[in-house]
Write a protein of this length. Structure first.
Length: 262
């Protein structure tokens, strides 16, 4: 089982555009895109959005898009990844809701560039063999975008500290979190807390915690010499078998296979 059965990769690509024809696109997929250099017009359903690199933007299936090079612009360096499926639909809708301008300037583009180029490297080597890693990169990209948007939305109200709690989970996913106690301390029922958390993150607190632990475990497999059993213990799994099963459910391969991949 590959990570997210309802998330399917179509293509990851990187190109340099000396010119843009203005041809219209009617995609049946969703796309996360990064303009690394250059200056062009991005048209969405007849509305023009100016793209001045570096900038992140996106396209949503079912709409009409076109690109036009701005006068005197240097060649545009353009990176993108196209996906389909309900997970991708929810991700793009989240971006649309939080950033209706459809473009995002971030303070530190290096983090995003690293993920984009890692996905491209795996795609070029063998998009079938390295499919779990590419999909994992797409999900990491969405976590980075979500984090960036939340940092920009300081004015948003958060009376029950959902963002603070999720930030604590991301900061230390190996802590033991008692979400029933958290809800009680907030003076609300667990079901209400769970509903508020899902509204904010499109997942339950436990699902969010599990994903953060699996992503942290994957990083530990690559970046440390800890035994897999030690990593499973750090991730609060009751057994190595349970950890291996959960890891394979997300990445499509066992922890040992993931560690052995170059």
């Amino acid at each position: 089982m590959l990570m997210f059965d309802d998330l399917e990769l179509r293509v990851a690509h990187h190109w340099f555009l000396p010119s843009v024809s203005g041809k219209c696109y009617h995609p049946h997929w969703n796309s996360i895109e990064f303009l690394k250099s250059g200056h062009m017009e991005f048209w969405c359903d007849g509305e023009m959005i100016e793209l001045q690199a570096p900038v992140i933007f996106w396209m949503k299936n079912g709409h009409t898009y076109s690109f036009r090079m701005c006068p005197d612009s240097p060649p545009c360096e353009h990176i993108f990844c196209d996906c389909t499926g309900s997970v991708s639909d929810r991700m793009i809708q989240y971006l649309e809701d939080k950033c209706p301008d459809k473009v995002l300037k971030v303070a530190d583009f290096s983090r995003f560039i690293d993920v984009f180029f890692e996905m491209l490297r795996y795609y070029r080597m063998d998009k079938i063999q390295w499919y779990p890693e590419i999909i994992g990169g797409y999900v990491r990209l969405m976590f980075l975008l979500e984090k960036e948007l939340k940092q920009k939305d300081f004015s948003g109200k958060d009376p029950y500290h959902i963002r603070h709690i999720s930030a604590e989970i991301c900061r230390d996913p190996f802590r033991r979190f008692d979400f029933h106690r958290v809800a009680a301390d907030l003076g609300i029922s667990y079901e209400h807390f769970r509903r508020l958390f899902r509204m904010e993150h499109h997942s339950t607190p436990l699902e969010f915690l599990r994903v953060q632990r699996i992503l942290a475990a994957a990083a530990m497999l690559k970046d440390t010499n800890l035994r897999i059993k030690e990593i499973a213990d750090n991730c609060q799994y009751s057994s190595l078998v349970e950890f291996s099963r959960s890891f394979k459910r997300y990445f499509g391969i066992s922890p040992q296979e993931y560690r052995n991949k170059e």
